[in-house]
Design a protein around this ligand. Structure first.
Ligand code: FAD
Length: 447
């Protein structure tokens, strides 16, 4: 990026749609540049977020790849980055040991990694750091954008008000309204033909039949429920692991081979004081078409009927029947990666970033890396443009290059994620080799 001419006077309004990681990061980068005198004072940035509260959850941590961490150090101030490390004192997980339970956060605490980079961070902390100094207007849903061809963009909100901007960043996530308008051919995010259903059982792990305990984690059951997994949550103290081992394992990704330390943890999970298990199933959507408007009770019915028809082990069915905790049933579609191929470039002053532009599987923290890098790139492109006093030329010549970089990168991340799945397939590490994954792989490959 060329140096910015701070004497430039200009009024330039950027509207960002969506206060997810991508939108907040882009807005934060621009605001920070302004504070540091690297952007004109007349630069105005507004983020419209459809939800009233902060939609980002801190129920589970997010994995950050090395790229993502590097990118974050360019976007947020060094002090904020240290805060992220300190405040994201979360457990991490890898195949075989799932430690998203609060009781287990001591296992891979970030605080123990003096001088190390955080692998897993608290999403809410990240979001609040990125929101710092950013004007986020919540409860404002954008319903339409229109390039007015005179270097202005019209943004229409669901309350009927219209705003004019000099530039619009569509960061409205995988079901992006902006994408479906600009690129009708990519209007819907493709989903894998499965839904993920998960629920908690009150059964302590030692009471789970031995046949289901293989690898402490995964089971292949039934004819169609192609990946029923049993994941353990422990209520008892588990052995501490050396933080370096934790870092190494998490760097190796979710399919890392367990070493002695991990095995010790797995063994401890067999303690009778163990809490409960979580069951996860991927169910083909063709079999769930009439599963609408479900109450807790009917969910249980549907799941049990499905498992029976699916030829699932009777012992497991009985266990689910007796011990399923109704309030814990959750179901969600599984998105695919077709958008990973990235939408084509459109002229004008509206760009897409993050999941709105491409859906990269989150494997190894690649999705957030893509979102952060897109945000950094578009902010830097704007700052380098002659419109904002930069020396790299007008936006209309810079944007195609920006788009090309974003497209190439997201496709590269997609390939990496697929590779990881393939490695796990070849090695069968940790029992992750199951039919669901194979099917997902083949489906992803068909694009
Ligand atoms: C369960 C789960 C776990 C994940 N774990 C990881 C992980 O560990 N590591 C990783 O790298 N990635 C992970 N990902 C993926 C990662 O969260 C996403 O890639 C990333 O959050 C994308 O950010 P985004 O800002 O592009 O989109 P989003 O986070 O989806 O943000 C879009 C925002 O736009 C708002 N919005 C939508 N439409 C409108 C509208 N019309 N008007 C105004 N606002 C609108 C939404 O409310 C939302 O706040 C995970 C995803 C899921 C679902």
């Amino acid at each position: 990026m060329s140096l910015h001419n701070t004497t430039t006077e200009c009024n330039f309004k950027v509207i960002v749609i969506g206060a997810g990681i991508a939108g907040l990061a882009a807005a934060h980068h621009l605001e920070r540049a302004k504070r540091q005198g690297n952007a004109p004072k007349g630069l105005q940035v507004v983020v419209y977020e459809q939800r009233e509260g902060n939609p980002i959850t801190d129920k589970y941590p997010a994995q950050l790849s090395e790229d993502a961490r590097q990118c974050l150090t360019n976007i947020i101030a060094p002090a904020s980055y240290s805060d992220l490390v300190d405040l994201s004192d979360y457990g991490i997980s890898h195949g075989g040991v799932n430690i998203l339970n609060n009781d287990l956060t001591h296992l891979f605490s970030n605080k123990k990694y003096e001088n190390e980079q955080p692998q897993w961070i608290n999403r809410k902390v990240l979001s609040s750091l990125l929101s710092d100094g950013v004007n986020v207007l919540r409860g404002r849903r954008v319903v339409r954008v229109r390039d007015l061809k005179d270097n202005k963009v019209e943004v229409v909100l669901d309350n009927g008000t219209t705003e004019l901007a000099d530039f619009v960043i569509g960061a409205d996530g995988m079901n992006s309204t902006i994408r479906s308008q600009l690129h009708p051919a990519f209007s819907k995010t493709p989903q894998l033909p499965f839904i993920l259903v998960q629920f908690k059982l009150a059964t302590p792990f030692p009471q789970i039949p031995k046949a289901f305990q293989r690898d402490c984690v995964n089971l292949v059951l039934g004819n169609s429920s192609n990946s029923t997994q049993i994941i353990l949550f422990s209520g008892s103290q588990l052995p501490l692991m050396d933080p370096k081992t934790a870092i190494k394992l998490s760097e190796e990704g979710p399919f890392a081979e367990p070493n002695d330390e991990v095995k010790a943890v797995q063994q401890a999970l067999e303690d009778p004081k163990c809490g409960f298990v979580l069951v996860r199933m991927m169910i083909p959507t063709r079999l769930t078409q009439d599963w609408e408007d479900l109450t807790d009770g009917s969910w249980i019915d549907k799941i049990l009927t499905f498992l029976r028809e699916d030829g699932t082990n009777l012992e497991l069915i009985k266990m689910i029947e007796n011990d399923l905790v109704p309030a814990t049933i959750q179901a969600s579609p599984i998105f695919s990666s077709e958008i990973g191929k990235a939408v084509p470039f459109k002229e004008g002053r509206i760009v897409l970033i993050g999941d709105a532009m491409h859906v990269v599987p989150p494997t190894n923290g690649n999705s957030i890396a893509a979102a952060l890098k897109d945000a950094q790139d578009i902010a830097e492109t704007l700052l380098a443009s002659s419109e904002l006093g930069g020396a790299d030329g007008p936006l209309q010549t810079l944007l195609p290059q920006n788009h090309y970089a974003l497209k190439t990168r997201s496709e590269d991340y997609l390939k990496k994620s697929l590779h990881l799945l393939e490695v796990s397939n070849q090695t069968g590490i940790q029992g992750f080799l199951h039919r669901g994954m194979l099917r997902s792989m083949n489906w992803l490959k068909s694009f």
